[in-house]
Design a protein. Structure first.
Length: 166
């Protein structure tokens, strides 16, 4: 359905805040968790409203995606929410590129390359409808959020060191 329901994200965020409170961190853990929720939501909403992309859709990312990143931030804290968004962006870029490459009319592209070197003038008839349809379809972001979260958990310390924030 390409929808992330509220009944999943809001209780998950509340659970993340509660677990960080109970985990021996007390109110500091809960504050870090709330900040993680706020940072996750804010950065995703800001990026979803930027004028990038085709401009044909109102939202680049859905608000369900923002709530999902916010819930991840509630579990992992505000620094990890930023790192998760970084890895999410990379993952989403790779997934988007793969989806579009899968639908490219490769025969026409190969012919174009070969005709450049051989001097042929007639291009084969190519149906670009599959490629155009793929460009119009929304690309599910939740999978990329999951990959970003997993990469954050696996490479949290290394990423902090890489960005000089350890």
């Amino acid at each position: 359905t390409l929808k992330i329901p509220n009944w999943l994200t809001f209780p998950a965020a509340a659970l993340g805040i509660a677990l960080n409170f109970v985990d021996g961190k007390g109110s500091d853990g809960a504050i870090d968790s709330v900040l993680g929720w706020l940072v996750g939501a804010a950065i995703t909403v800001v990026f979803s409203l930027l004028p990038i992309g085709s401009g044909k859709t109102k939202e680049k990312l859905g608000m369900g995606d923002a709530k999902l990143v916010a819930a991840v931030g509630a579990f992992l804290g505000w620094k990890a929410a930023l790192i998760t968004f970084f890895y999410f962006s990379l993952s989403f870029g790779f997934i988007s590129t793969f989806i579009l490459l899968k639908t490219l009319p490769w025969k026409a592209l190969i012919y174009l390359l070969m005709s450049t070197f051989s001097g042929a003038t007639e291009a084969p008839q190519t149906d670009y409808s599959q490629y155009n349809d793929a460009k119009k379809k929304p690309i599910p972001a939740a999978f990329a959020v999951g990959i970003g979260t997993l990469l954050t958990i696996l490479f949290y310390q290394q990423t902090l060191v890489f960005f000089g924030a350890s």
